[in-house]
Design a protein around this ligand. Structure first.
Ligand SMILES: O=C(O)C(=O)C[C@]1(C(=O)O)C=C[C@@H](O)C=C1
Length: 363
């Protein structure tokens, strides 16, 4: 008896489903026609005011049993689906997206290519502390065949009482050491007003993790014609990371490299959590070169080489690591910087792994 009733009710529901489908399809056809008119007149497809008017009218007419919020939600989904029919290609693609440019972006600076067929290593002290210190590190990079030296001169530190960097004086020291050994320089710039002057000393401008959301800095870097290394923010999603890169590229500076440097999680055994999955995702989603900073992500010397190899295996174009002549005496990041012996061993291990791509074989 009850079964018969259910059967009868289900037949009625099937009938209503059919009516709803017919109405939805009819509604969709009207939406498409509106979309065509909007397109020919250059009007935006999305009209939130019109949507809200319809939602308010529906809520006013609603007699239940669905709550107003449920009705609003259902109709919003219908509007969203109509919008997708109106613009079948979906949202306009980001310039940094693979969909906008299928081939890899290769950044060529004075004979070094980043993002091409060869991997790249970037190394140097956390902070530039003295001319002697960077000179010693630059010499070790040259010996190890590492083409790019990093060194912080403007340091965004957690505490205002910590060493803040040597500023432009530090950049001068970094460049002198780099020039001596034929290396490229990378240094972080935190103030848009410093960019132009800094460009005389650095080959690659770094925008640090804490500044990934500093949109004025991103825009100013986008107005430069200088390669930029953009670090992933401490708690930034990959979508936010790519949008930050888009800020730079959309201003005409297409030479942007992305660097995964670990994200903040609950795990305490590493300084941050190296998000290795970010590497293949970024490589798939974007044409920009992707590097991995094994120092800030792990904060642990003994796992830097395996993490570097994992990053390369995941498709990273390069690795960044910190090296200091006397890490215990370093003015910043004393615990995570490799000494010169450890650095040389690190480079040997990474290069010998078979994962480090280089056209000139390891000597
Ligand atoms: O009325 C319009 O302008 C439409 O494009 C149709 C429609 C809808 O589905 O009702 C779709 C998208 C807009 O955001 C607003 C409304």
């Amino acid at each position: 008896m009850d079964n018969n009733r259910i059967h009868e009710l289900r037949e009625r529901l099937d009938g209503i489903n059919g009516e709803l489908l017919k109405l939805l399809s009819e509604r969709a056809s009207i939406g498409i026609e509106i979309g065509e008119i909007k397109k020919s007149e250059g009007l935006p497809f999305h009209d939130p005011v019109r949507e809200n008017e319809m939602l308010d009218r529906l809520a006013a007419r609603n007699e239940g049993p669905f709550e107003d919020a449920v009705i609003r939600h259902l109709f919003k989904e219908i509007f969203k689906a109509t919008l997708q029919l109106q613009q079948p290609a979906g949202k306009p693609q980001l310039l940094v997206s693979r969909k906008s440019k299928t081939e890899d972006t290769i950044i060529r600076i004075k004979g070094t290519a980043i993002g091409g067929s060869d991997s790249v290593l970037v190394a140097g002290p956390c902070s530039v502390e003295s001319a002697e210190q960077v000179m010693e590190v630059a010499a070790s990079l040259k010996r190890a065949g590492v083409p790019v030296i990093r060194g912080g001169a403007f340091k965004p530190r957690t505490s205002p009482y910590d060493f803040q960097g040597l500023g432009f004086e530090g950049l001068v020291m970094l460049k002198e050491a780099a020039d001596e050994f034929g290396l490229l320089t990378i240094s972080e710039i935190v103030d848009p007003r410093h960019l132009e002057r800094a460009a005389d000393y650095v080959d690659i401008i770094q925008i640090g993790a804490r500044n990934m959301h500093n949109f004025e800095l991103l825009k100013a870097a986008g107005d430069m014609r200088k390669p930029v290394l953009l670090k992933r923010g401490l708690a930034a999603t990959l979508d936010e990371f790519l949008h930050a890169a888009e800020y730079i590229v959309s201003r005409g500076n297409s030479e942007v490299m992305l660097i995964e440097r670990g994200i903040r999680t609950y795990e305490k055994w590493t300084r941050n959590t190296l998000d290795i999955s970010a590497v293949p995702i970024l490589k798939q989603q974007s044409h920009l070169p992707v590097l991995v900073d094994v120092s800030h992500s792990t904060g642990r010397k003994e796992i830097m080489a395996p993490c570097a190899k994992a990053a390369l295996a995941a498709g990273a174009d390069g690795i960044m690591v910190e090296v200091h002549p006397n890490p215990p005496a370093a003015l910043s990041d004393a615990d995570q910087q490799l000494d010169i012996g450890e650095f040389e061993q690190f480079v040997r291990e990474v290069k010998a792994s078979g994962l480090y791509r280089q056209s000139v074989p390891v000597s």
